[in-house]
Design a protein around this ligand. Sequence first.
Ligand SMILES: [Mg+2]
Length: 176
Amino acid sequence: MFEYFRPTLQAPSLDLISIEQLTRDGIKGLIIDLDNTMTPWNDIEVGPKVAEWFVKVKSAGICACVVSNNSKRQRVAIVAERLDIPFVFGATKPRRRAFRSGMSLLGTGHKDTAVIGDQLFTDILGGNRLGLYTILVSPINDREFIGTRVMRRMEKVLVWLMKHFAPVKPFSPKIH
Ligand SMILES: [Mg+2]
């Protein structure tokens, strides 16, 4: 069961994910979470480092899309349009349907798509259920939707369990 919650990689933030490594690993499409991964929760501001990272992603020939559980279409659309990438809103991650929609927007498949997000129970679990490459980032800040705060407590318990009961592959994915 733990393998469903174990990301392929872990990075401190979106802009610190190595594009060279993604290219080396054959990644051609990125399905990226919005809240607390691209922008602070419920915010439309994309920081300059994140914007710059998206420019590099594009010039490396990698496509990206936003897949967000946020149900406000307008808010998800504003951020996606600023970055000139497609989006899916109201995604109900970890259900697989939205990840499949993301892959069809990107024109990529199971082998060359990565999922990036800040939550184990939605982004990482959903991506791993489809056998995709998954990258866990630390949340931008601790302002969150109330339901997410409850999930964070469960994440802490899960990470503890993984550390203590899955020692063969400890919860220490590569940090680059
Ligand atoms: Mg998030």
